[in-house]
Design a binder for this molecule. Sequence first.
Ligand SMILES: [Zn+2]
Length: 328
Amino acid sequence: MSHTESPALANHLMDTVLPVRPAMVDRGSGIRMKPGMVEDVIASGTAMAMVISQRKALVTAEGLWFGDATALWAALKESDAGAAAIYLGTTLMSSSLPEGTPVLLFTTTEPPAAGTATIPSDVQWAGFREVAATLDAMDTALFIEASAISNWHATHTHCPQCGSPTEVEAGGWVRRCPKDNSEHYPRTDPAIIVTVVGPDGRLLLGGGGPVDAKNYSTLAGFVEPGESLEQAVVREIGEEVGVRVTACQYLGSQSWPFPASLMLGFTATTDDTVARPDGVEVTRARWFSRDELQEAVLSGEITISTRLSIARSLIEHWYGGVIEDLQP
Ligand SMILES: [Zn+2]
C-alpha cells in the first residue's frame, strides 16, 4: 500500500480477493539441489515420510499417515525396487508433525499392504477427494504437493527430446536425461475458473452431463499456448455458454493436481442476459440472484461445488458470505 492510499481504500482492495493460505512447508529449493540430499535426509533419523501409490495415500482416521523415514525406506526398498523418495519440505508449523520436521514422499509402484513392513494394520489407502474434508491445513497441503509431484513423475519417465529414460535429481524436483543432459522440470497446467456476473448482478452457473442434472458450478477451461489468462476467460465463456465477457478480475488460485491443474480464479462481467450452452462441455446454464441461489440450494433443487474447491470460494465471493448447505 502506498502512503497516499486511505486505509479505507486499502481495506476495500483486500476484501476483493480470496484469502491467501500460507505455505505449510519450506520446500528448501536451495538445499534440495545438493546431490544425495534425499539419501542424507533419510539417513538423518529425523525425517517422517508419507506414502503414495497409484494416486492414493496411506491415511489414518485422523489424517495422513507418516512413518519414520529411515525404517520405512529400508522396508519399502526391500519390497519394491521401483520405490522413489522425494523431498516435500520442512514443516513451518506444528500439526500431527512438530514444526521443523523434514517430510519426504515415498512413492511405490505396487501399494504395499498395511500390516506389513513398517506400515501399521489400521491405516488404509485413500484418494484426496475421499478424505479431503477430514484433513487439516498441513495434511491438505502435503497431499496436494505430493499428488502434484508424484503425478508428474508417473507420466514423465522419459526424455521428451530423445526418448531415453531420465534420472531423478534435486530431491525429486528435476529429471535429467543422461544421454543429452537436458533437464526437465515438473509441469503445471493453468486453467481459468470464472464467476460470470450479468448486468443485473445475477450469477451465471452451469454444468455438464445430463441436461436435467442438479449440480451447478463456475465455468472453467484450460489456458491454451500463446494465450493470456484474460483471453482464456473471454474465449472459454464465449465457447461454453455464448456469453461475451466485457471485463474480468483475478481473485486467487488453487492448486488442483488431479492430474496437474492450477486453477486461476476470476470474476467476469457481461452485458448479456441470455446464455446458450454449447451442449458439449456445458449442457445447462442458469442465472441466479443471491436469494434464488440460496433458496435453490436449501430446497435441494440444485447442488453447488463443495468447500474443497475454489469454485465455492468464487461463488461465495460473489454472494458476499457463506452459502448454507442443505443438511442431509
Ligand atoms: Zn534425452
